[in-house]
Design a protein around this ligand. Structure first.
Ligand code: MN
Length: 248
């Protein structure tokens, strides 16, 4: 099995080494990631300038080849699969920060997995929370990552899965749906040192969660696994549009 690994935190993120190390137990692994952090870049692609693809030595991942790209997470998957034939699955992460609910819209981590699906491959995004205590403990996470990959890698019928780990040792795994009732994006005004007004686009914690959602599972201490699709068609509203506004 050929496993391409990308992320949005950049090629030097400890999360990508942790994922590569676990993934190497399941097949041939190659890492292709942005040269600088691209968090919240969403599914942007670089179409107005050429991209470079440079071999990068990475410590701690043995003989696994790694490349850095001066582009977005989606660019990395496009170039990575172009330069390495017959990739079976793209893993993205492990992201330093959760990708739950509506934050999936902004996620570069998920975008790399989505790009795999656009190219006819399978994609799995993996994210772990960053807390006040600091970065995720990737050593502690590795056994859970292995459990998830043991389940998901052979599951060929699942084209796109968004995986989120809880803060502490997981109680188990849960299949979940995307939590979409609340949006955690918020603009906070402030002032720069010169007294000029500026704005931070930031995230507010969401307290209310609905049972069965990704947010709920992670809060309860489970690993959340949400099967996703790229078809954004609102089926119900399509039927309503066709009946309320018949055309020609
Ligand atoms: Mn990130």
């Amino acid at each position: 099995m050929r496993i391409l690994i990308a992320n949005d935190d950049g090629i030097y993120s400890p999360g990508i080494c942790a994922l590569a190390e676990v993934a190497a137990k399941f097949g041939d692994v190659r890492v292709v990631a942005p040269d600088v952090e691209q968090s919240s870049a969403g599914h942007a692609v670089t179409a107005s300038r050429p991209l470079s693809y440079k071999r990068t030595p990475l410590k701690g991942i043995g003989s696994i080849e790694a490349y850095r790209v001066n582009g977005t997470p989606a660019d990395c998957v496009a170039l990575g699969t172009h330069n390495w034939e017959k990739v079976d699955v793209v893993l993205s992460g492990i992201n330093m920060g959760s990708n739950l609910g509506n934050s999936m819209w902004h996620s570069g981590t998920l975008a790399a997995a989505k790009q795999a699906v656009l190219l006819g491959l399978r994609g799995i995004a993996l994210s772990a929370p960053v807390t006040r205590g600091g970065d995720p403990d990737f050593e502690q996470l590795k056994p859970s990552v292995e459990k998830v990959l043991t389940l998901l890698l052979p599951a060929n019928e699942l084209s796109l899965v968004n995986v989120n780990f809880p803060e502490k040792e997981p109680r188990g795994l849960r299949w979940t749906r995307q939590s979409v009732r609340h949006y955690d994006g918020k603009v906070v005004p402030g002032e720069d040192p010169m007294g000029r007004k500026h704005f931070w686009f930031t995230v507010i914690p969401i307290e209310e969660t609905e049972e069965g959602t990704d947010r709920w599972a992670v809060e309860q201490g489970y690993v959340s696994m949400t099967p996703l699709r790229l078809d954004l068609t609102n089926e119900q509203e399509l039927i309503e549009a066709q009946s309320h506004y018949p055309l020609g």
